[in-house]
Design a protein around this ligand. Sequence first.
Ligand code: XLS
Ligand code: NI
Ligand code: NI
Length: 443
Amino acid sequence: MAETVFSNFPTVRFEGAESTNPLCYRFYDAERVVLGKPLAEHLRFAAAYWHSFAMTGSDPFGGPTIQRPWMAQGDAIAQAKVKADSAFDFLRVLDIPFFCFHDADIAPPDDSLSASLKNFHTVVDYLGEKLSGSNRKLLWGTANLFSHPRFMAGASTNPDPDVFAWSAATVKHCMDATMQLGGSNYVLWGGREGYETLLNTNMKQELEQMGRFLSLVVEYKHKIGFKGQILVEPKPKEPTAHQYDFDTATVYGFLQRFGLQDEVKVNLEANHATLAGHTFEHEIATAGALGILGSLDINRGDPLLGWDTDQFPNDLWSLSLSMYHVIKAGGLGLGGCNFDAKIRRQSFTPEDLIHAHVGGIDLCARAFLTAAELIEDGQYDALLDQRYAGWKTPEAQAMLSGKSSLEEIAATAERKAIQPAPQSGRQEQLENLLARKIYSNPR
Ligand code: XLS
Ligand code: NI
Ligand code: NI
């Protein structure tokens, strides 16, 4: 393969918790078997094309800072190919299997829809060649329906039906590409599916449009025989003030309304959870309880800033509890852990990008090992079970299954006429138990 900005970096290896090498994995031992399968198969790590190979570090106050050397190499298609070579070389450095992309990240736009799609398919074919015979894979593909000015009033929720149609065409081609590249999932994040002001918004109309759009996507998935999952990514705000896919619970209600709850799952992002006033573990536990956990976008926000800063994770407590709920939900299945995270503006070198991912991968692995240990140890689950043990009695089961009517329940309660005995919630005991596990090295 051609020389890339990552060529001089050796592949990062597992060296164990005692290693002081900053570019090694201390916990991510890909082949280590935990809960019946290798860590690599539980976690299914992915790098995100947009943050790692496309964004340039510009912010509202200043221009690009981050080195993207391919931007100077040849015409737009040639640049896209160098970018792809670099992305694959980056996966080689990290030794992780997956990547994720938006159409706009991989290929240059052109004047018309058909010319843009031609560029897109040219680069998709190139990615296909790179994937075949390699052990790299596509975790998910998606369409960028939020950056171009045509999407400023939304994509599927746009008041202009021509924008709805343009979005449908784009998603159709992105789904085709995802299937061609053997992707495990197709993601829809409603970047501008919401509103800035209710004064210009017909919410009933927009929700109907969004429901129809998602139904079309699901129909098309079956038509082409795509075996991956369709995932919606909730986010409460940013870019719009009110996004319709607020959080997991809201998305579930929306899916039920359109009869899609068995067809669509969620892609959950840590920073979106906190923007919604939740924790990452809350969102994962909710999706687990509703049976719609699909995949994870790993990152973190900055509580002092309050927007989607997409930083690399550093909260072992939250991530360990998140992994606990992932395991309890039956694992990630076709999903994975995608680093929807970006290096800071001053971290402009290729090496910074490697440090960022190594830290994130290791933290996720450590969190997963901790969660697995917590489950194998059993103390925590036993305390939880004990709290709900009363529901195992035949009388309680009859209340839950619908066998007892409200009058029957009332009559029994009145006959017993005893005050329910208060039980401790044991919060501090549980916090201590978890702290002991989380803050010591996993075995
Ligand atoms: C933005 C989203 C985006 C999605 C993919 O906040 O996280 O990156 O993951 O469109
Ligand atoms: Ni995301
Ligand atoms: Ni995000």
